[in-house]
Design a protein around this ligand. Sequence first.
Ligand code: IMP
Ligand code: MG
Length: 177
Amino acid sequence: MDKLRVLITWDQIAQKVTEMADRITHDFAGESVVLIGVLKGATIFLADLARQIKLDATFDFISVSSYGKASQHSGEVKLLKDVDQSVEGKNVILVEDILDTGLTLTYLKNIFLARQPRSFKIAVLLDKVPRRLQPIDVDYVGFEIPDEFVVGYGLDFAERYRNLPDVCVLESYSKPE
Ligand code: IMP
Ligand code: MG
């Protein structure tokens, strides 16, 4: 049996997501936005955030993976699925579950900036500040968290636990079969 400890409750997340959405609504008043979720971890955050943003909005999704072992970020990121629409001239908000080393978001930021959007912003629910290898500025941050492995609210461990309503620390785990 894996051992989980609640770090951020669903209530706390809901309140924070509303605050983030209010800021986005204010920052883009009168404009349209494209919310681009990074699969699969950001899907739940995007769904909640989007429903609180009071703007004309569309969704798109992108999928990436890092080369090498999942536990040790190799620094190379591979694009598995690109967005479906052109982002040229649009207000892009990249929506990600967690900012860890910063390598994934740096890679994605470079991709999108090259496509000449009208503006480019990043929204992350969680930020593991002590883990950063690549400095990156993010525009909307939910919670800064310590260097612990977390699951729930979209985040997984070997694809499990994404459906937990709270963000939990995975304190220990039994070896997968
Ligand atoms: P980065 O390139 O190291 O910033 O990687 C960010 C990605 O690593 C996220 O999109 C997550 O998929 C994954 N990740 C990093 N930390 C955690 C964690 O604590 N739990 C689950 N996934 C994580
Ligand atoms: Mg992810």
